[in-house]
Write a protein that binds this ligand. Structure first.
Ligand SMILES: NC(=O)c1ccc[n+]([C@@H]2O[C@H](COP(=O)([O-])OP(=O)(O)OC[C@H]3O[C@@H](n4cnc5c(N)ncnc54)[C@H](O)[C@@H]3O)[C@@H](O)[C@H]2O)c1
Length: 484
């Protein structure tokens, strides 16, 4: 830490540093640790929270690591620009309000935690495979919590939003904070730890899914839970979306992991029905619509290209990890969840099989892949099914041209993508992988011109009229989940 870093004395001082915006009033400070997809949006939501008189409730400091990427996010936010591409106008509008108000700044300086009445942990926690078993490396997570403990004032509240293995707040966060405070000769009993999980859905409802969504929370102590509730009441529209308090942080951690495991298993379950429907000439989407009218079945999932993103690909494995590593219950293997993750990760290979089947071989063929982010209306490409598809297709000798309206740098594949929709001319196959609006609205007859490639609708992207157009044009069409 350099001299300047250790000198932060107030929010105003940080906000008025060169290149930062001016803070207009002293308010309770909330620090958000981690300025990723969740942390940035949460920082905006907290900075946008208002008192009954319309004045902002908090001054917010978003803190990221002093890495090249972290510094870039901090610089971008402090310059009043969004650090990510988002299809949600509400998020951008709320961010611009914070720019006007001057109550959101970003920093890489951990000394800022000393100003916090509340610190919200929104850092990542990756799941890795080691000798065939899922593992989380807690070192980075522990180091982040230790940093909080090294700087925060006794009595300030720590809310963990990071998705963690159940048991983590009690068995990892609390002991790490206690140790750090004791090193500073501060009373260990002053720590206040709560857990409240994010249900944020990056996409068109990004901002709404934070502030207009029911929340679950809990605290390690009654006081921590009360303080967490008071904080959430200011940020979330609790009049329409009530809060649910659970008995323990472990219960709240289980809530998050179980929710996402349920969704992943639901998707994997539908996968086998998709294959059946395709083989026997049934439109499974139509069947599922008919089933969804039953209130007991209204959230049944549907066939698709694959499951990607940072959550459903790893969260179902956190139950097993928590049971094994934090509660010494190694025999609880969570077989449904583990199988779902495996099945879901192989889904893009079904699409690959289909297009290969239509083209006889992939060697020497040119395929246009439309959509590389993990879901519609998001720019996040982490663990995207498109990545699996491209890697396998290219291994078999195909040339894959990729496009995504929200992605210009595909970092995982180290590729720059064209901003304009590529011409289908010269393509042997086209895969509609992600239902981005641009593809759903595409005038196929016009775009295809004289090209007649094989088309795979891998994710229910095309409307009935688009499918009819393809038929009329004589373009061979095949679909995931829809038999012909
Ligand atoms: N992305 C989603 O849709 C979503 C939804 C709900 C919950 N979650 C959970 O929220 C958490 C964050 O996810 P994300 O998608 O925002 O991840 P992310 O990778 O986009 O962001 C994490 C950020 O934390 C920063 N960071 C890491 N260690 C830090 C430290 N010690 N100090 C300060 N910053 C640090 C990283 O540099 C990065 O910018 C994860 O646990 C995830 O599972 C994500």
């Amino acid at each position: 830490m350099n001299d300047r870093q250790s000198e932060i004395g107030s929010y105003e001082q940080l906000a008025e540093a060169p290149g930062r915006r001016k803070a207009r009033a002293p308010r309770p400070v909330v620090c958000i640790q981690g300025l990723g997809f969740v942390g940035f949006a949460m920082a905006v939501a907290v900075a946008d929270a208002r008192e009954p008189d319309g004045s902002p409730s908090f001054n917010v400091i978003g803190i990221d690591l002093p890495t090249a990427e972290g510094k870039e996010k901090v610089r971008t936010i402090n310059e009043g620009r969004m650090p990510l591409v988002s299809a949600d106008r509400d998020l951008e509008a709320a961010f611009l309000r914070t720019v006007q108000t001057g109550n959101l700044v970003a920093s890489t300086d951990p000394a800022a935690y000393r100003l916090a009445a509340v610190s919200v942990v929104d850092i990542h926690l990756d799941v890795e495979q080691e000798d065939g078993a899922p593992k989380v490396r807690l070192d980075g997570f522990r180091a982040a919590i230790r940093t909080l403990g090294e700087h925060m004032q006794p009595g300030s509240l720590v809310i963990v939003e990071t998705t963690v293995p159940p048991g983590c707040c009690e068995k990892v966060v609390a002991p790490t904070l206690v140790e750090a405070l004791e090193r500073r000769d501060l009373p260990a009993e002053s720590i206040l730890v709560a857990h409240s999980y994010e249900r944020v859905m990056p996409g068109r409802e990004y901002f709404r899914s934070i502030v207009n969504f029911p929340r679950v929370y809990s605290g390690l102590t009654g006081e921590a839970a009360d303080r967490c509730e008071a904080f959430l009441r200011k940020v979330i529209n609790v009049a329409d979306h009530p809060l649910t308090r659970l008995q323990s942080t472990t219960a709240s951690e289980i809530g998050k992991v179980l929710e996402n495991s349920y969704r992943a298993v639901n998707i994997a379950f539908i996968e086998e029905w998709g294959r059946f429907a395709e083989a026997v000439g049934v439109d499974l989407f139509e069947v599922l619509e008919a089933i969804r009218v039953r209130p007991t079945h209204n959230n049944i999932r549907q066939p698709g290209f694959g499951v990607g993103g940072y959550c459903l690909t790893k969260d179902p494995l956190l139950g097993q990890i928590g049971a094994r590593d934090l509660f010494a219950l190694p025999d609880l293997g969570f077989p449904f969840s583990a199988r779902a993750v495996k099945l879901n990760s192989a889904m893009p290979l079904v699409s690959l099989d289909k297009i290969r089947g239509r083209l006889q071989t992939l060697a020497g063929k040119t395929i246009l892949l439309l959509g590389v982010s993990y879901r519609q209306d998001v720019s996040d490409t982490r663990y995207s099914p498109s990545e699996t598809f491209v890697r396998h297709a290219e291994r078999e000798g195909a040339r894959v041209i990729c496009h995504d309206p929200l992605v210009c740098e595909w970092t995982e594949l180290d590729r720059r993508l064209p901003s304009e929709l590529p011409s289908p001319e010269g393509c042997d196959g086209i895969v509609f992988a992600v239902p981005h609006r641009q593809y759903c609205d595409l005038d196929l007859a016009r775009w295809l011109g004289k090209a007649r490639p094989v088309v795979l609708d891998a994710n229910n992207v095309l409307s009935r009229s688009q499918r009819e157009t393809l038929q009329r044009l004589g373009c061979p069409l095949t679909s995931i989940g829809r038999g012909t």
